[in-house]
Design a protein around this ligand. Structure first.
Ligand SMILES: *Cc1c(COP(=O)(O)O)cnc(C)c1O
Length: 370
């Protein structure tokens, strides 16, 4: 194993990074230094290119975790008198609603089950039912269950109805195809520490330039004002406020690795292999995925917990952790589950070994699965 003594993180971020990405952080940079600011510019240029946004879109990086960037995008891009449709099939959609509530922006919730992707038809019905809707805030891959929402169809229906679309692509960007040239998407939000396999600490918003330029003075927050961050960077090449220097350096290396791997198609293919190895192995142990295969994204898999009164996630977690693998608790409201991520600088072999460790943990804890 290339990972030394660190456990393998089977979580959707922070995740296991490559040694090269970790080594990229073994330097210090000044925030005024041109070499650092060129690094930021090259990172932003590559991020726009990954989703084919050249010419019309710009990337605004932001200090903080992914949620900071989601809140910045909503606060900067949605006018106070806007009305946002939020298709809701999980905790990250609910988080968007909480942000809109804090911002005092009107919203319409389209309630769905946690295993039910939104459809373009349901969105169209919502538009027809409430013509005051101006925007849609859509989570592409609902990490709560690992559920994939059909982004291309959603973008098409938004475009047809002239609604603005802001996409939380936190756990999909880099792994799943996203092509801004198809139209319909106004802004994409993601972060350094998910499928790009950088370390956590920087979010970013890839946004239509004209939309951002029309957003001056709108954000109620200074620190989360994307327009201010962008114009300051354009003017000075520097970040407003202290930049996460080591995170940017790690992301630069992670992007080089991403490009060398073959970009999104190859990154996605590796995750598909990881996911298949995981699901097949877990099924052989008697552990069933919560989602149907056709709506399961190859990023994180939710499994039903063993149906045994002795089941305690904390004990299971500790046993698997002792074997070198970090699992993730479930995030569903109705059923007892746990989650296993298949992203990070890991291949199918690690997932194979993780399944073996999970099998041994079940035996050691005396848990019956069926
Ligand atoms: C990880 C994630 C976020 C951001 O979460 P943070 O904890 O702030 O990094 C937002 N949306 C989705 C879908 C995510 O997977």
């Amino acid at each position: 194993m290339i990972l030394g003594n660190d456990p393998v993180l089977l979580t959707p971020g922070p995740l296991t990074t490559s040694p090269a990405t970790r080594e990229a952080m073994l330097h210090d940079w000044g925030s005024w230094d041109t070499s650092f600011n060129r690094m930021t510019q090259s990172v932003c240029a590559d991020l726009v290119e990954i989703v084919h946004g050249q010419n019309d879109y710009v990337c605004v990086p932001l200090q903080g975790s992914g949620t900071f960037a989601v809140e910045a995008a909503l606060g900067t891009l949605v006018p106070r008198d806007g009305r946002v449709l939020v298709p809701n099939n999980g905790a990250y959609c609910t988080r968007i609603i909480r942000i809109l509530q804090r911002l005092g922006i009107a919203y319409v919730e389209l309630a769905l089950r946690e295993d039910e992707p939104v459809t373009a038809a349901a969105i169209e019905d919502a538009f027809n039912g409430d013509p005051r809707i101006t925007h849609v805030a859509q989570v592409h891959l609902e990490t709560s269950a690992g559920l994939l929402n059909p982004l291309d169809e959603i973008a098409a229906v938004c475009q047809r109805h002239g609604k603005r679309l802001i996409v939380d692509a936190m756990s999909s960007l880099g792994a799943l195809p996203i092509d801004l040239r198809r139209g319909g998407i106004d802004a994409l939000v993601s972060a350094s520490g998910k499928c790009l396999e950088g370390v956590p600490g920087m979010g970013f918003v890839i946004v239509r330039r004209e939309l951002l330029e029309a957003s001056e003075g709108r954000s109620p927050s200074l620190a989360l004002d994307l327009h201010d961050q962008y114009t300051y960077m354009q003017k000075t090449t520097q970040w407003r406020f202290t930049p996460p220097t080591h995170v940017v350096a790690a992301l630069r290396q992670a992007l080089d690795t991403f490009i060398a791997e073959g970009g999104q198609p190859e990154r996605g293919a590796r995750y598909v292999r990881n996911c298949a190895t995981l699901v097949d192995g877990m099924k052989a142990l008697g552990l069933e995925p919560f989602l149907k295969p056709e709506v399961q994204a190859p990023v994180i898999v939710t499994f039903h917990a063993p149906n045994d009164p002795a089941w305690r996630f904390a004990d299971f977690y500790a046993a698997v952790r002792d074997a070198g693998y970090i699992l993730y608790p479930g995030k569903l409201t109705q059923v007892e589950t746990f989650r296993v991520g298949c992203i990070g600088a890991i291949d199918a072999n690690e997932l194979h070994n993780a399944v073996a460790a999970i099998g041994r943990a079940l035996v050691a804890l005396g848990l019956k699965v069926r």
